[in-house]
Design a protein around this ligand. Structure first.
Ligand code: SAH
Length: 282
């Protein structure tokens, strides 16, 4: 069902905003999906992604979307967050709980600036929101490059889901209206922060490429007995944080994976699972 409202400035093509998707994870109340769609459309965002919503489609969603039912109609649905963000090169998770997570934490403005800088470079970006009752789970936050926290009243910091979407959508819109020549110091990784994109010949790795690397890293850490009886989860979290902060591109991910493959091979040789390499005869 298309919206019958007249086209407005907010629906004019806006390339960076068109590359930014709003991802709602496990939304419980369909009305919140409608209100989020409305919040998005007022700010010129149109890409809504729903991960395992409890009730959707639903008449309450349409009612609260008001004139933004086109955003609902084009919403894409996935069963897991990993699938929803697989092709994104930047994933930002919005959380009502501050400083309890091992992730870089950004203000909405800095998060929006980073999202726009990445989208401007032609890459897809996801801004992720959690469930009304319980927010994002830890393993979902682990999939994010950084967290965004709206600095609300610390004694009452949890906004309604659609209100949180509105805050981020507003920051994305105002950020996108700034002249592109204005310096943005919040893009991924230090090289982009230096404002010297010519140093980066490849775009940042996609989420799926990074997850492939993290899974190989976990296997290799086991193979080389890195953990020595300690629980792997804490080390993996620290490695994820370190590598996500680095803003790796696809070539760098391949380089690291090559190193891991060699470490794995040496571990296999050490454990007798592979024969030692033959020495060159001279
Ligand atoms: N009770 C949940 C709050 C969920 S509110 C909790 O403690 O986590 C639903 C979603 O809105 C959150 O998952 C988050 O994505 C977003 N949200 C709400 N308040 C926020 C805030 N202060 N900063 C950033 N995101 C917020």
């Amino acid at each position: 069902m298309a919206s019958d409202s007249a086209p407005t400035a907010s629906s004019a093509p806006n390339p960076p905003l068109d590359r930014i998707r709003i991802v709602l994870v496990g939304t419980q109340h369909p009305g919140n999906i409608g209100s989020a769609a409305r919040a998005m459309k007022t700010m010129g965002l149109s890409r809504l992604v729903l991960v395992a919503p409890e009730r959707f489609p639903h008449p309450e969603a349409v009612a609260l979307a008001a004139g933004a039912s086109d955003v609902l109609d084009t919403a894409i649905r996935f069963e897991t967050l990993a699938e929803a963000v697989a092709d994104c090169r930047l994933v930002l998770g919005c959380t009502a709980r501050s400083r309890r997570i091992a992730l870089e934490e950004l203000s909405p403005r800095a998060g929006a600036a980073r999202a726009l800088a990445t989208a401007d470079s032609g890459a897809d970006v996801a801004v992720v929101f959690g469930r009304e009752r319980t927010g994002l789970e830890n393993d979902e936050l682990q999939l994010c490059h950084a967290a965004i926290h709206i600095p609300a009243n610390p004694d009452y910091s949890s906004l309604n889901l659609a209100a949180a979407v509105q805050v981020l959508a507003y920051e994305l819109r105002t950020g996108s209206l700034q002249a592109p020549s204005e310096p943005v110091d919040a893009s991924i990784g230090s090289r982009q922060q230096e404002g010297r994109p010519e140093l980066r010949s490849e775009p940042p790795a996609t989420h799926a490429e990074l997850e492939g690397f993290f899974s190989q890293l976990a296997d290799t850490l086991d193979a080389i007995d890195f953990h020595k009886g300690r629980t792997p989860a804490a080390a993996i979290r620290k490695f994820r944080r370190l590598f996500l902060r680095a803003g790796l591109d696809a070539r760098e991910v391949r380089l690291l994976r090559g190193m891991l493959a060699d470490a794995q091979r040496m571990a296999d040789i050490a454990h007798g699972r592979l024969p030692p390499p033959r020495k060159p005869e001279d």
